[in-house]
Design a protein around this ligand. Sequence first.
Ligand code: PNS
Length: 159
Amino acid sequence: MRRCVCPGSFDPVTAGHVDVVARAAGLFDEVVVAVLTNPAKRSLFSLEERVALLTDAVGGLDGVRVEAVDDGLLVDYCRRIGAAAVVKGLRSGTDFAYELPMALMNRHLTGLETVFLPGDPRFEHVSSSLVKEVAAHGGDVSGLVPAGVWAALQERRDR
Ligand code: PNS
């Protein structure tokens, strides 16, 4: 059984994330999508909301499950659940520059490997922060996020 973890803050999950999780599921027997809190980012959706939106978006894929990780290091979580690797999507060199130190630190800490998948160019411009900003100003991001996320973004805007 080869298990991987797709970690992130997923605030909220985008079509780019869904694509990476689905492709990871083609490479590993099991994918655990780990929803964490990034202290460097102020989140729009609570941890519970992010988990629910992700479960709705990818929970139906074969071999994929979603879990909240509310504390601790990613490497400790991966060791606890017996994950062989972390899988991350890369849209650009900027993503690589952000991800590489974390991948190297994780390998330094416990030997945990990171597998990078090139992001689908259709979603190169799609990030959680941009879809939040565009949606907050009334822009249409419906094709760039799962249907449940689009509904949740509209609900937030109308509040
Ligand atoms: O989607 P994000 O916000 O870029 O994800 C970053 C995240 C949450 C995966 C990263 O900050 C993380 O792994 N946090 C858990 C705590 C940890 O292990 N920090 C050290 C990383 S080398």
